[in-house]
Structures are given as C-alpha cells and as structure tokens.
Design a protein around this ligand. Structure first.
Ligand SMILES: *Cc1c(COP(=O)(O)O)cnc(C)c1O
Length: 402
C-alpha cells in the first residue's frame, strides 16, 4: 500500500521536528543537553503520591477507577476553583472550568473549538512551539509580535491590529505566556498587561493566557493575571499540574467564558471522553493536603538555584556580543548571538565536538527569523552538570566568534 496516499493530509502541516533528529545524536554519548525542558525529578513528591494513590485506590477505587464526566471529576473541579482563587486567578461566576489531559490538550481543544482556516492569531516572537503547532494544525495565520524584557511589545501589537483593520481583516485572538514565558523566561509588565486588555477590548479579541510557571516565580514579582484583569470575558486561561506536581499525571485546566468551555467540552467528548479519573483524584488530594503548595515551593528553590548557576556561568564565560534573558521563573533562558550567526547550522558541531546541545531559537519564531538565537534549559541537569554544559557552550561560542 502507498503510505503517502494513505495518510491524511492535515498532518503534513506540522513539521516533524528536525531538532529531535539532532538530539538523537545526544543519546548514549557524553553530551550535556540544555535542550529539553524536562522537570527535575527531584521535584516530584514520590512518597506522598505513592501513599495517596494507594489510599485512593483502596478506599475510593470504585469511583477513582471509573469513567467520569467530560468536564472533570466534580469534586476536583471544586478544589481547582479554590486553588485558582487562592493564587489570584479570578474565576467569574459565569466562567466555565474544564479539566484536560495536560494544558496541551486544552490548547488543542481551544483550536478545535475556536480556529477556522485563515483566522489570524497573534503570538509572541519567540513563542511556545507546541502552541504554534496547534494553531498550524487548524490552519490559522500566525502573526508574530516582538517580545523584550517586559514581555510582548503591545505597541507593536497595536500597530498590527490597526494595520489588519485597515486591510479589512480581523485578528481573532492573541496567544501569550505572560508570566515566566517559554522560551524567554521573561514576564509581561503590568503596564503592558493593561494595554493588552485595552486592545483586546477595542479590537474585540480573545486572549489565551497559557500559565504553566506562575506558581513558582523566583523573585517576588507583582503581577496580575490577564484572566483577573479581564472584565469582559475575553480571556481563556490555561493551567497545568505538569511543573508543580508531575507531567506524567497529564492534567491541565482551562477557565474561561462558558460558551467556549462548553464547545471545548463537546470537542473533548470526541477526543478522549474525559481525562484520567485516577489522575484527577490524585491531584485533588495533593492539592487538598498541601502537597502541591510544598512541591511548588520546592520547585522554586531547586529551579532558582539552577537558574542562578546558569546565569553565573554565562556572565563569566559567554563571549562579548552575545546577550541573554534573565528568567524570572520557568525553565529557560533565551540567547541572542550576533546577527549573521546561525544557531541551527552550528548545532551538529556543538553536539559532536563540544558535547553540548541546545535548541536553535528559530523554531520559536513563526516568521522564519531568529536564526541567531538559541534556547537554553536549566531545569533538568544537576547543578554541576549544568555548569559544565554552559562552560562547554561558552567555549564553542568563543571559538565560533574568534
Ligand atoms: C510546560 C508548558 C506547558 C505544559 O504543558 P502540559 O501539556 O500541561 O504538560 C504548557 N505551556 C507552556 C508554555 C509550557 O512551557
């Protein structure tokens, strides 16, 4: 059978990541990877999870091992509302709440529910690759807006919106990671958050606020969620247990206008009926018993130490002419090399000769630019390995820039 003809055409819109191919080279070698964004397993509260899982299965197994509602386990939805309220995410009385299989599924459901081919979606430049792939899958037209140390440049956003309007086009939504962004680690300033919401109101936009990292910021930062600033029902907020508990539970959540959540629920029925009942019971207990709070505090300590180690090595060893972001949270720093350098072309040499890997930054740019950038992750390697990895990369860059 001719497999090319067999496969549905829609998948061809998603590029298989060529980075994965390069990273395969790292397997089984002494390569230090600053590429992936895996959580540090030291953060996982394994003993406590083992204990509550046993308890749940023994004492409430009839419900916890059973099918459950598409929206989510009713008791978990209640606990989740409290959890979000405690963190300052405003859940309005008429907001809907949906549990998803990771926030990735929530994004996919939002795509299913909201994006028609040709719809214009604004994203940050750089932005989160897995979100880009969802929007591409649904044939959105992606428009990038630049980002700096204060997050998305809302003045440029305003220009993009105005120009679209002048062409008789309408921007449908903005996707943003406003707090400790992936891949840059920066947060959007309060001024820009307010400006973004004003623009959303003036241009009738939906805003998707993707928030995996706000639960463990490295410094006391004063910010308000877009969801909380929103008074007009324009924000769809996505959260996840992946970085504050474990990604293996595959649990995320979406909060937003009830008609959108209802459409996502309908879509979810066809995708997976519901997210793992058992995972929801586990996460619910972990929230109730303060395990999530303790894990988030631990995550903050562990990742802050690693961020500091990475920044220290970069400051000491990276060559003049390079610059990088100072992450206020999350897993990543974003590096800018001098114009003309090509981090993608350089990667095989970094892996083979210097035994260090990173993700070329162009993948996070939807307009094909960003060739001179790279994303470095500090989340996974132990501190000493991380330091050595950054020093190897520094030597590589020094040699390339001689
Ligand atoms: C890690 C991360 C997520 C989490 O995705 P899950 O599917 O919930 O594991 C979502 N968005 C961004 C920007 C991330 O970095």
């Amino acid at each position: 059978m001719e497999m090319g003809e067999l496969l549905a055409r829609r998948l061809s819109r998603i590029e298989a990541s060529d980075i994965r191919e390069i990273l395969k080279l790292t397997e089984g070698r002494q390569v230090i990877s600053l590429a992936g964004g895996l959580p540090d397993p030291r953060v996982f509260p394994r003993e406590e999870l083992a204990e509550i899982t046993r308890e749940i299965i023994e004492e409430r197994g009839e419900a916890a091992l059973q099918y459950s509602p598409t929206r989510g386990v009713t008791a978990f939805l209640e606990v989740l509302r409290g959890f979000l309220a405690q963190r300052g995410v405003r859940v309005a009385g008429d907001d809907g709440l949906l549990v998803a299989t990771g926030s990735q599924e929530a994004l996919f459901l939002a795509g299913l529910a909201l994006v028609n081919p040709g719809d214009i979606v604004v994203v940050e430049k750089p932005t989160y690759l897995a979100a880009v792939n969802v929007f591409r899958f649904f044939q959105a037209r992606l428009v990038p807006v630049r980002l700096d140390e204060e997050g998305m440049d809302t003045v440029e956003l305003e220009r993009v919106l105005r120009e679209a309007e002048e062409r008789g086009e309408r921007v449908k939504m903005v996707y943003t990671v406003p707090t400790a962004q992936n891949p840059s680690g920066v947060s959007m300033s309060m001024e820009r958050r307010r400006h973004l919401m004003e623009l959303a109101s003036a241009y009738d936009l939906l805003v998707i606020e993707d928030d995996p990292y706000s639960y463990f910021m490295f410094e006391e930062t004063d910010f308000t969620f877009l969801k909380t600033l929103d008074t007009e029902g324009r924000v769809l907020y996505l959260g996840t247990s992946s970085k504050i508990l474990t990604p293996g539970l595959r649990l995320g959540w979406a909060v937003g206008p009830e008609p959108i959540i209802a459409a996502m629920e309908t879509a979810k029925q066809t995708v997976d009926l519901h997210s793992s009942t058992l995972s929801q019971f586990i996460a619910m207990e972990a929230m109730k018993r303060g395990i999530v709070d303790r894990t988030a505090r631990r995550a903050r300590e562990i990742y802050r130490e690693k961020r500091d180690a990475m920044l220290e090595e970069m400051e000491a060893h990276f060559p003049r002419g390079t610059r990088w972001t100072r992450p206020v949270g999350g897993f990543f720093s974003f590096v800018y090399l001098p114009e003309g350098m090509d981090a993608k072309e350089m990667l095989p040499e970094a892996v083979e000769k210097y035994q260090v890997a990173y993700v070329p930054g162009y993948s996070f740019y939807v307009d094909g630019t960003g060739r001179n950038t790279m994303r470095l992750s500090f989340s996974f390697p132990p501190v000493d390995v991380l330091r050595e990895g950054v020093r190897r990369l520094a030597r590589f860059l020094q040699d390339k820039m001689k």
